[in-house]
Ligand binder design. Structure first.
Ligand SMILES: C[S@@+](CC[C@H](N)C(=O)[O-])C[C@H]1O[C@@H](n2cnc3c(N)ncnc32)[C@H](O)[C@@H]1O
Ligand code: SF4
Ligand code: SF4
Length: 341
């Protein structure tokens, strides 16, 4: 039987701040609301029997038409024969994002606190829960593991987590980093072909980069990206992806996107990602303002798509860009845009 559900609830798990979520993409039709699986989580051992029973209960509710309130209308919900796919317990995707500290001050980001050496251990140690997941084979070589945050390279257990995954030959690890600090374990993972790196530049020019990031990191970051890109073996499938988040009235110009594309290619990027600021969907603006912002996102996305096709670069439109098209009911350009699925 087919019914509306989504892969995130079915097979994803996100350790995010002090909650467990099934996704951190969010529902763009409801101000990006997130489905909470467990509140006040601080690294305690998880009773997986209870967890999977709860997941089956949630699935049954969706089947009966009782969706999570936060998921109602989400663009990711779609009809499938969900009872007959993903019948094992393993996770397809795990995200570690429970630390908030960061050495950047991106204007769009609500997910960080200022860097403070004395508070580095404010968040829990997630090594035991990862070990448990691996021992029980709920995380295995095929699970995609994502590091976000806060800044992963500042998390006091980041190297331990990454080394554990590399030891277990987990194939598809993605680290989201601002690349202000260069990290040797990331470099090793890139060399091995297990780690992909995603850095959000959001600008081509130094002055715009500094406006977006709130710190003077432009030269350092490009230098580190080049070094990571050099470590990569071209025959491996992992990638260095560079991102541009369209922020209304800050970097929303074709000229800036063009400069970023050129600089990214020169630095050795394998993939370019275009996204738009979450705040477009969260802020309570009038429909007139929101509509104007979404139209602009679409105009810039059309430019981006035209250029990456001309330049023959691997590229993706991320979820907020596809949500802009879906909200305005405009067909999405045909490049590979299913980054999170
Ligand atoms: C919260 S960051 C944490 C990891 C790391 N510090 C970094 O910047 O890559 C994870 C990802 O979320 C993206 N992000 C943060 N705030 C966003 C927003 N308002 N809209 C869209 N993407 C956002 C960042 O660009 C980054 O790629
Ligand atoms: S339906 Fe949307 S909001 Fe709900 S878990 Fe799936 S992706 Fe997340
Ligand atoms: S670098 Fe990442 S965590 Fe830090 S402020 Fe920017 S988006 Fe947020």
């Amino acid at each position: 039987m087919k019914y509306k559900f989504c892969q995130q609830i079915d097979r994803h798990l996100c350790f995010n701040k002090n909650n467990l979520y099934s996704c951190t993409v969010g529902n763009n039709t409801r101000g990006q609301s997130l489905p909470i699986i467990k509140e006040n989580y601080n690294g305690e051992p998880i009773n997986w029997e209870e967890f999977f029973t709860q997941r089956e209960e949630i699935k049954k509710n969706f089947k009966e038409g009782n969706q999570f309130e936060n998921c109602k209308g989400c663009f990711f919900l779609h009809e499938e024969d969900w009872d007959n796919i993903n019948t094992q317990r393993e996770f397809k995707y795990i995200q570690f994002s429970h630390w908030l500290m960061c050495n950047s001050k991106c204007i769009y980001c609500s997910n960080h606190t200022a860097y403070d050496k004395s508070k580095l251990t404010d968040t829990y140690d997630s090594v035991p829960v990862l070990k448990d997941l691996i021992n029980k084979k709920y995380v295995n070589e095929k699970t995609k593991v994502d590091f976000a945050g806060g800044e992963p390279t500042l998390y006091y257990k980041f190297n331990d987590l990454l080394k554990l995954l590399l030891d277990k030959k987990v194939r598809d690890i993605i680290v989201h980093s601002n690349a202000i600090l260069y990290n040797k374990t990331i470099e090793q993972g890139i060399k091995n072909g297990n780690v992909s790196l995603c850095v959000s530049l959001d600008a081509g020019q130094k002055k715009v980069h500094e406006k977006v990031k709130g710190v003077k990191s432009y030269n350092t970051v490009w230098k580190h990206i080049k070094k990571y890109a050099k470590a990569k073996n071209p025959i491996q499938k992992n990638y260095i992806s560079l991102k541009y988040i369209i922020i209304p009235d800050v970097n929303d110009s074709e000229k800036e996107i063009e400069l970023w594309i050129k600089k990214s290619i020169k630095a050795g990027a394998d993939k370019l990602l275009l996204n738009a600021d979450n705040n477009i969907f969260i802020q309570e603006n009038s429909w007139e303002i929101k509509n104007k912002q979404l139209q602009k996102v679409i105009k810039l996305s059309e430019y981006f798509v035209k250029r990456v096709i001309e330049l023959n670069i691997n590229a993706k439109l991320e979820f907020n860009v596809t949500a802009a098209y879906k909200t305005l009911n405009i067909p999405i350009p045909q490049i590979d845009y299913n980054y999170y699925i």
